[in-house]
Design a protein around this ligand. Structure first.
Ligand code: HEC
Length: 146
C-alpha cells in the first residue's frame, strides 16, 4: 500500500504538469513562444514576402499568448530571489503601475497587429509589427536583466 502511494507520488512529481507549476519556467516557456512567432513574422517582413494567411495565424497566436505570462509573476520570483534562474528585475514588483502599463500597451499592440494582419496591406502590417517589437524592447529595457 505504502509502496503504491510512493510510486504514484513520484509519477505526479515527474509529470510535465507538475513542472509547469513553477512560475519561472511557466513564464519563460511562454516568452519562448513570443520569440518564435516574432521571428517567423520578422523573417517575412524583412524579406518582403508577407504571406497574409501565415502572418495572420502567427499574429493571432501571438495575441493569444500575449495574455498569458503575466499571471506567472508571483512575489518572490525576481532575479536573486527565485530558486530558478530568472531575468525578472525587482522593478516588476516595486513599480507595479509601470509594469501594468507595459503589459497593457503590449497587449494593445498585439491586438492591433492581429486586426491589421487580417485586414491591412503590407505597409500597415510592417508598421504595426514594428510597433509590437517596440513594446517588447521597452519592457525588456525596464524590467528584464540583460
Ligand atoms: C511587459 C513586459 C514584457 C514584454 C511586453 C515582453 N517581454 Fe519578454 N520578457 C519579459 C521579462 C520580465 C522576461 C524575463 C522572464 C524570466 O526570466 O523570468 C522576459 C523574457 C523573454 C525571453 C527569454 C525567455 C527565456 O527563455 O528565458 C524572450 C525570448 C522574450 N522575453 C521575448 C519577448 C518578445 C519577442 C516580446 C515581444 C513580442 C516580449 N518578450 C515582450 C518581459 C516582457
Amino acid at each position: 500500500m505504502k509502496k503504491t502511494l510512493m510510486l504514484s507520488l513520484c509519477a505526479v512529481l515527474a509529470s510535465p504538469a507538475f513542472a509547469a507549476t513553477d512560475p519561472v519556467s511557466a513564464r519563460q516557456d511562454i516568452f519562448k513562444q513570443f520569440k518564435k512567432d516574432a521571428a517567423a513574422m520578422g523573417k517575412m517582413v524583412k524579406s518582403d514576402t508577407i504571406n497574409k494567411d501565415e502572418f495572420s495565424k502567427l499574429a493571432a497566436h501571438l495575441d493569444e499568448v500575449a495574455q498569458q505570462p503575466w499571471q506567472h509573476f508571483p512575489a518572490g520570483t525576481a532575479s536573486g530571489q527565485a530558486a530558478r534562474k530568472t531575468e525578472a528585475k525587482a522593478e516588476i514588483w516595486s513599480k507595479p503601475a509601470e509594469w501594468t502599463k507595459a503589459v497593457d500597451s503590449f497587449k494593445a499592440e498585439t491586438g492591433k497587429l492581429k486586426q491589421v494582419a487580417a485586414n491591412g496591406d503590407a505597409a500597415s502590417i510592417k508598421n504595426q509589427f514594428a510597433a509590437v517589437q517596440k513594446t517588447c524592447k521597452s519592457c525588456h529595457d525596464a524590467f528584464r536583466k540583460d
